[in-house]
Design a protein around this ligand. Structure first.
Ligand SMILES: Nc1ncnc2c1ncn2[C@@H]1O[C@H](COP(=O)(O)OP(=O)(O)OP(=O)(O)O)[C@@H](O)[C@H]1O
Ligand SMILES: [Mg+2]
Length: 420
């Protein structure tokens, strides 16, 4: 069919033509916004899930909801090698600009505090000391949020921004993507600031998104974090939502899928949003006419697989060193379910649709024991810690439980085994 009208959008953070299966999260968030606006207390929100399930896209949708509710919003993406102060200052600047039209003295005062907060970073001995300036066109207000201790400063910053928002009868929401990549001091500062604003009832909320081990990162930092955040697991889509993600956008273009085609799609995508977009894109282009048939999907599969192998899997695999690759391959082998008697849970295919076994897809364990990986490599577990830790830092694997390790990328094990 016409590639020009192809509606599907595979890609990191790419807005899907239809945000399927996230109504509950969107509704919950609207309630949170409304409650905070009425002075009720609410926990901050943390979205967790594997790579490509749609965390970034959902985060952006929640941000749009906040903007529609006339809130001030700012967003940042955490990076392992970057401190929080500057990107947070930029997000705060944005949020206050959105809040404060028309601008008055009160707004300028808070902007000046954001500037002091930001400049504290430049003063701390970096090479950019004299060059870097936050793009804030008011004089800095020294003595507030600029102690140099990020925890103290963030609490003061949130308090002042929250006070401004409350005076204007609005709220402020900060969106933090890849939140697991914040450094330990920054994580603890975010927790402390959320703790403080929830106690003072100020209309500020943090919405974080990250990999499945993010709750563990937060609770390792502050034991009270479990009560501080509302955790929402973002998962692959159940069958009806996965169908909707394909059918809705096709219908907009006057096209359809047969029932068999939808079933075939679900068997190959397992409901993972990235795979739905990637397959949808190729299938659309190879299909001669509407409705798209199961046969079209069989024809499209090799091309879709090879695009995923390059764009989704390969780009990540390339970030690993040879020793890390060896570790990943051993994980893939250790994750294979060896027989029907196996006790462990499998990748979670059971709850959402047809059995993957029916389509010849191998069942995999969700997580494997690090000791099993070491056994397969004939090494001592401790000697593998550097490779494992580096892979965690690169966001390719995570440890949800002590002694266990899992891929952050769905179907990564399968990909690695086809490469071997
Ligand atoms: N609810 C949804 N319905 C349909 N498609 C979706 C949905 N959510 C995400 N997608 C699509 O899935 C792909 C991945 O989305 P996104 O980048 O938000 O995932 P992510 O969880 O942030 O991944 P990563 O952990 O790699 O950052 C995009 O192409 C997006 O368009
Ligand atoms: Mg993302």
């Amino acid at each position: 069919m016409d590639p020009i009208t192809n509606p599907y959008a595979p890609g990191a953070g790419q807005r899907p033509p239809e945000l399927a299966g996230r109504d509950e999260q969107l509704r919950t968030f609207d309630v949170v916004l409304e409650r905070i606006a009425r002075g009720r207390s609410e926990r901050s929100i943390v979205l967790t899930g594997l790579r490509g399930v749609g965390k970034t896209v959902l985060l952006n949708a929640l941000r749009s909801s906040a903007v529609r509710a006339d809130w001030g919003t700012g967003k940042l993406e955490a990076r392992p090698d970057q401190r929080l102060r500057r990107p947070l200052a930029a997000a705060a600047h944005q949020a206050v600009r959105e809040l404060g039209h028309p601008r008055g003295d009160e707004v300028d005062q808070v902007l000046g505090i954001i500037k002091s907060f930001a400049l504290r970073d430049a003063a701390s001995g970096s090479k950019l000391r004299d060059k870097w300036q936050p793009g804030i066109d008011v004089p800095a207000v020294p003595g507030r949020a600029d102690s140099g201790d990020i925890e103290i400063d963030l609490v003061e910053l949130f308090t002042d921004i929250g006070g401004l928002a409350a005076d204007l009868g609005k709220g402020v929401a900060f969106f933090v993507d890849e939140m697991q990549d914040l450094g330990p001091e920054d994580v603890s500062a975010v927790c402390a600031a959320c703790h403080e604003i929830s106690q003072s009832g100020l209309p500020v909320i943090v919405v974080g998104a990250g990999l499945p081990h993010l709750p563990a990162v937060l609770s390792a930092s502050k034991s009270y974090s479990e009560r501080l955040f509302r955790y929402q697991r973002i998962d692959r889509l159940p069958r009806d939502a996965a169908d909707q993600a394909l059918v809705g956008p096709a219908a907009e273009e006057g096209c359809a899928f047969t029932d068999e085609a939808l079933e075939a799609m679900y068997s190959v995508t397992a409901g993972y949003p990235y795979f739905i977009q990637a397959y949808g894109k190729v299938v659309w282009d190879v299909s001669p006419s509407s409705p798209i048939s199961a046969q079209d999907i069989r024809v499209a599969a090799p091309e879709a697989e090879s695009e995923l192998a390059v764009g989704f899997f390969g780009s990540r695999f390339e970030r690993a060193t040879p020793a890390e690759r060896e570790y990943l391959r051993a994980m893939a082998d250790a994750a294979l379910v060896r027989g029907p008697g196996d006790q462990a849970t499998t990748e979670g295919h059971g709850d959402a649709g047809a059995s993957p076994a029916a389509y010849g897809i191998v069942d995999e364990l969700d997580a494997v024991a690090t000791s099993a990986v070491a056994d397969l490599l004939g090494r001592k577990p401790q000697s593998l810690s550097p490779a494992r830790d580096a892979l965690i830092k690169k966001g390719l694997i995570y440890s949800g439980e002590r002694g266990q390790i899992a891929f952050t990328v769905p179907h990564f094990g399968r990909y690695l085994r086809t490469q071997a």
